[in-house]
Write a protein that binds this ligand. Structure first.
Ligand code: 5GP
Ligand code: ZN
Length: 151
């Protein structure tokens, strides 16, 4: 293994092992920066994972050049799975969980591409929306803009 490869992979990580071919996967598209494969416990037929070829647990740990590769690959996979349909059906979700509390099980960043062909399969989302509060949102906005302007 080259020094570069060693730096971007974690020997104990299951997805790094998949990238390196140490454990098998149902590979789809592979590029210099990303690797995609079928999820073995799919929530719907064609549930795919797209992962950066760089080990990091959360999105903020991954260098931009790896992240920049992910969405164009995901778009190709949408076409491959015949999900590139305008209109209601089928739909699809792109999901990326960060941290155990946010339902992340594997600590190597991964984007789920999940077909949504019916109510029962694919992603089922809880969405605890709060009442609209312009004052509260405005205060938060001001605080964030202040922080952005300090950067
Ligand atoms: P998370 O909950 O971390 O966002 O999702 C982890 C996903 O990885 C799950 O959907 C799970 O089925 C999938 N997964 C875990 N281990 C393996 C594996 O060894 N091979 C494949 N193809 N998928 C895996
Ligand atoms: Zn890894």
């Amino acid at each position: 293994m080259s020094a570069t490869t060693a730096a971007v992979h974690d020997a104990a990580c299951i997805f790094c092992k998949i990238i390196k071919g140490e454990i098998p996967s149902f590979k789809l598209i592979e590029t210099a920066h990303s690797y995609s494969f079928l999820d073995i416990q799919p929530t719907a037929e064609g549930h795919v994972l797209v992962i950066p070829k760089y080990h990091g647990a959360k999105l903020h740990n991954i260098p931009d050049e790896y992240l920049a590769d992910i969405l164009p690959v995901t778009k190709k996979l949408v076409k491959l799975l015949d999900l590139d349909v305008d209109g209601d059906l089928p739909g699809y979700n792109v999901l990326q969980n960060n941290g155990k509390i946010a339902h992340q099980e594997v600590s190597h960043v991964h984007f789920h591409l999940i077909p949504k062909r019916d109510e029962k399969t694919g992603l089922i989302v809880g969405w605890p929306a709060q009442e609209t509060d312009f004052e509260k949102t405005g205060k938060l906005h001001a605080k964030l803009l202040e922080k952005l302007n300090q950067e």
